[in-house]
Design a protein around this ligand. Structure first.
Ligand code: ZN
Length: 387
């Protein structure tokens, strides 16, 4: 006996509206809403906004790192960092040890230590401590994973914790088994390909073709086990090709300011955030970076409009944002620039994603409509099951 209906979600990180339209892929699905803007920030902000339907200020997740508010996941490792960094003088070695210690703490969220100087890590904290694909990830806010629990539906999630190929096989197996009401598949693969090769590369075209084939295959497979399949395919943001590199770090290091005494910074690949401890530090930073070009300081009012102004300045007192296509090199993310990047102002059209479906749904206008739409589908499915 076939199960009535499956809600099947395939979330492809960085599936941009532009690249899908340029490639001509996924034309067997409908995308009537056009480009969907993301929110200001990286996937650490975009995915929580997509799932909760709220702005970063409402769910609390913006950058992967915020300042240490007193209970940082790194708080106990300061002596280890000082010992290892000093003794071996090797940050890479120190980072590998730290990564394992944090992992063993049982942190449920996605994190990377990137190339953040290990001695600075205890100044910061990881924001995503829980598995955001599990119920209860955002207290007071509902994601589709809270909804399935509330509705008593059966579901499975396949995400970054297990390798892509294993996830694809597990999804196919789950579809064939036909036991679940809701299957959620997340892939970071396309995002990685575009960072390495650019959005216009052969590799990106191949990856899109591969995801199209995979999606079609899963849809066909689901048609064999379920009477009806509601398929939703989307990204959390798009991607812009890199055309310029700038070096704010060099300008900061040339200032007569001492890191951790006068100020603190976190340099992401497109966003630099600052905290100030002594008077005059802010003015010096502003004077140093204003003539740099390729970026600008974002005013508090604009941050408020973007839903990323935190009155306790946990993410920084001042934010310097790169223009689309510009990257800060070096940064805490790396010594060289990826071929393409995201994390620009959400008005950058290359940052838009899209929603591809095999059925007609109510109109959506940003990534923040996607999670609530999935929840509505789950509610409809649960309602029909009870009839
Ligand atoms: Zn990315």
């Amino acid at each position: 006996l076939k199960k009535k209906r499956l809600v099947l979600v395939i979330m492809i990180d960085a599936l941009g509206h532009r690249i899908v339209k340029e490639s001509g892929r996924f034309e067997f699905l409908q995308a009537p809403d056009g480009p969907l803007p993301s929110v200001c920030g990286y996937s650490s902000a975009c995915i929580p906004s997509l799932l909760t339907g709220k702005l970063p200020i409402d769910h609390g997740h913006w950058a992967m790192y915020q300042k240490n508010l007193g209970d940082s996941v790194f708080r106990n490792y300061k002596p280890i960092v000082q010992l290892i960094s000093g003794f071996f003088g090797r940050d890479g070695f120190c980072q590998r040890i730290l990564y394992r210690l944090i992992w063993r703490q049982g942190l449920g969220g996605y994190f990377s230590l990137y190339l953040i100087p290990p001695t600075l890590l205890p100044k910061f904290d990881l924001v995503q401590r829980k598995d955001i694909y599990a119920p209860g990830a955002f207290p007071g806010l509902e994601t589709p994973f809270d909804a399935v629990t509330r509705l008593g539906l059966s579901h499975q999630v396949f995400h970054w914790r297990t390798p892509e190929q294993a996830n694809r096989e597990a999804l196919a197996d789950a579809i064939k088994a036909g036991r679940d009401d809701f299957l959620f598949f997340y892939s970071p693969h396309l995002d990685g390909v575009m960072h390495s090769y650019s959005t216009k590369s052969r590799e990106t075209a191949d990856s899109l073709a591969d995801f199209e084939g995979f999606t079609r295959e899963m849809l066909e497979l689901a048609g064999e086990s379920y009477e009806e399949v509601r398929l939703l395919v989307f990204g959390d943001h798009g991607m812009s090709d890199t055309h310029t590199e700038t070096n704010p770090l060099a300008r900061l290091e040339a200032l007569d300011l001492k890191l951790d005494r006068d100020y603190l910074y976190f340099i992401d690949s497109t966003m630099a955030r600052f905290w100030f401890y002594t008077s005059g530090a802010r003015e010096k930073v502003e004077a140093a970076l204003t003539p740099l070009g390729g970026g600008r300081f974002v005013s508090d009012d604009e941050l408020k409009g973007l839903g990323v102004f935190y009155p306790d300045f946990r993410y920084g007192e001042l934010c310097y944002l790169a223009d689309p296509g510009v990257q800060f090199v070096p940064s805490f993310m790396g010594h060289s620039a990826p071929k393409a990047m995201h994390g620009y102002h959400p008005s950058d059209v290359d940052g838009d994603t899209l929603l591809l479906c095999n059925y007609e749904h109510r109109p959506v206008s940003s990534i923040m409509d996607i999670g609530p739409l999935i929840t509505e589908e789950l509610e409809a499915l649960a309602g029909e099951g009870r009839e």
